[in-house]
Design a protein around this ligand. Structure first.
Ligand code: B12
Ligand code: SF4
Length: 497
């Protein structure tokens, strides 16, 4: 069958491949289907999809988070006009939160982990079977009735085929678009776990409903196979691990096994990390095996707010983590959040002061956003706190206040702005050893690997890179800002081969 998978444009970052879609595409291809994946984030606005839709598609599937749910429904309606005979399915995190949202528009809603479900569903559709209620993990309308089948058992990650990143026709370009300015070469984003044992207020129980209570992991041997495939096929030299718990002192052998796999292949890596699951020895081993940057979930400098987020960390844990990373020369990006309903000016000051004290290499600051289905959302409803409920405004990371609190919106904005200068810039580049080191390292490796196609490109890189670093941070904070958009586009044009 011909199956088209669409990742919506959203207002989101362009960063790596959509791993869920790639996993589904790979397994469907393996079952003999003809699969096309279109990630609209990587195409300019326009008629691209119109041309793709000229072909006959038996199944058209869409990915949806809460933020893009409305866009997905609107897009589906448009697509359906051109492909009235296709079956339409939708999956992604919003299907575990509010499957009803899609009920009027989609033939099938695939709830949660979807690899085995889509394979079975495709088989039913292909054979023209009508007894869809036998397919676990879906919801659909049958006449006036709504059928929701039981959830499917969670799968063994080690049994999944290696993901086919080649489903992205422009994969080489994607692997060059580094969001983390500390990536020197082509990189691939990977995830080697599903689920998380923690219970942060703004995140859970959504992840648990998606991937279950028990965390599942790829074995270090399978990680080695995955990375060596990526290295052979796409010549990657760096990896970004999106998992929250790659650095896990409770599972030291597993973490060390994964680091060794990266090291054996001569790759560098960056990863997300909690601050209290990585001790000095673990960080040291990570560094020795090629870890250059960590994205730390710091969230706040106030013990009270950290407790409200149920982060299970203290400001001292944060201090220790940063001290260890500095000692080892690992760059750290600190992710913080302003705007908790319990946050006072004193709490926000604590966060800002902590940033000044620990001096992260970069700071990403977000405004707290209550996604439906989270403990935070339930708390706000229960305590009758005023907050933005419209899912079209669920834009974590942008400067609008979502929850009533003591701090007015302008104050929150000021705190965010104050936090930004603690990030790469020309001044940092000149005054701080870390930045200089990474910058020259990057420059040197590009020269050594003859990656500059021309002298003018070399000059452009040296002139624009420090500024580009600054622009990257702002791109994240102001994705809709027209000047930032133009600058990013201009740089991409200038530096592309
Ligand atoms: C990496 C990531 C990102 C990356 C995405 C990069 C990329 N190249 O895809 C970036 C940084 C861009 C990003 C952005 C955002 N993210 Co994000 N992200 C994640 C993260 C950490 C991992 C996603 C992932 O790859 N998972 C692994 C794969 C295997 O799982 P999956 O994508 O869910 O896919 C499975 C199923 O969903 C399903 N499926 C997926 N696609 C499809 C399609 C069809 C047709 C079907 C049938 C099934 C199906 O099958 C897959 C395999 O089982 C998740 C948390 C997590 N652990 O999942 C948060 C998460 C998805 N993000 C979240 C949020 C809030 C955001 C942002 C809104 C933040 C912001 N303001 O910028 C944006 C919105 C993005 C958007 N398009 O809407 C929330 C979503 C909450 C919600 N209710 O929607 C999550 C759950 C984190 C959290 N707990 O808060 N994100
Ligand atoms: S925010 Fe991170 S650590 Fe907390 S529950 Fe979510 S995934 Fe786990």
């Amino acid at each position: 069958m011909n199956i088209l998978l669409i990742y919506p444009r959203g207002r989101t970052l362009r960063f790596g491949v959509a791993l869920g879609m790639v996993s589904l595409g790979t397994i469907l291809k393996e079952k003999g289907h003809n699969v096309k994946l279109v990630d609209l984030r990587y195409y300019p606005k326009g008629d691209y999809l119109h041309n793709v839709l000229k072909r006959k598609w038996d199944i058209i599937g869409f990915f949806s988070t809460t933020e893009v749910a409305k866009e997905v429904v609107e897009l589906k309606r448009k697509v359906a006009k051109q492909c009235p005979d296709s079956k339409f399915i939708v999956g992604g995190v919003h299907t575990v939160i509010d499957p009803n949202f899609f009920l009027d528009d989609f033939d099938f809603i695939v709830i949660g982990e979807a690899e085995n479900t889509v394979v079975e569903l495709a088989e039913f559709i292909e054979k023209g079977r009508e007894d869809y209620s036998k397919v676990k993990g879906i919801m659909f309308k049958k006449g006036n009735k709504v059928v929701k089948t039981p959830r499917r058992e969670f799968l063994d990650l080690n049994k999944l085929p290696l993901p086919d990143y080649g489903l992205y026709p422009n994969i080489k370009e994607i692997m060059q678009q580094d969001l983390l300015w500390t990536n020197i070469h082509h990189f691939a984003n990977v995830m080697i776990t599903r689920g998380c044992p923690f219970d942060c207020t703004f995140c859970q129980p959504t992840l648990r409903s998606m991937f279950g209570i028990k965390v599942r992991r790829l074995s270090p041997e399978r990680v080695y196979e995955l990375l060596s495939m990526l290295k052979d096929k796409y010549k990657i030299k760096e990896v970004y691990f999106g998992d929250d718990l790659l650095l896990n002192k409770g599972l030291r052998d597993w973490s060390y096994g994964v680091f060794d796999a990266v090291n054996k292949l001569g790759l560098r890596f960056s990863a997300s990390s909690r601050v209290n699951t990585a001790d000095y020895d673990l960080l040291k081993k990570a560094k020795e095996c090629g870890c250059h940057t960590l994205l730390a979930g710091v969230e706040s400098g106030s013990p009270k707010v950290l407790k409200f987020y149920n982060k299970m960390i203290t400001p001292d844990d944060i201090r220790l983590f940063f001290k260890n990373c500095k000692k080892l020369g690992i760059m750290v990006l600190s992710q913080i959040i302003y705007g908790a309903p319990v946050e006072t000016k004193e709490d926000a000051d604590m966060t800002y002061n902590l940033m000044k004290e620990i001096k992260p290499d970069m700071v990403w600051s977000n405004i707290l956003t209550p996604y439906p289905g989270t403990h935070l959302y339930t708390y706000l409803c229960k305590h009758k706190v005023d907050f933005v409920k419209d899912i079209n405004k669920m834009d974590r990371g942008r400067h609008s206040k979502k929850i009533y609190s003591q701090l007015p919106e302008e104050e929150l904005f000021k705190y965010e702005m104050k936090s930004i200068p603690i990030s790469p810039s020309m001044i940092n580049m000149i005054t701080r050893r870390y930045y200089r080191k990474i910058y020259f390292e990057k420059l040197w490796s590009l020269i050594r690997n003859k990656e500059f196609k021309s002298f003018s490109k070399f000059v452009l890189f040296t002139l624009t890179e420090p500024i580009a670093n600054k622009v990257r941070i702002y791109t994240y904070k102001y994705p809709d800002n027209i000047i930032i958009k133009r600058l990013t586009r201009l740089r991409a044009k200038l530096t592309s081969a």
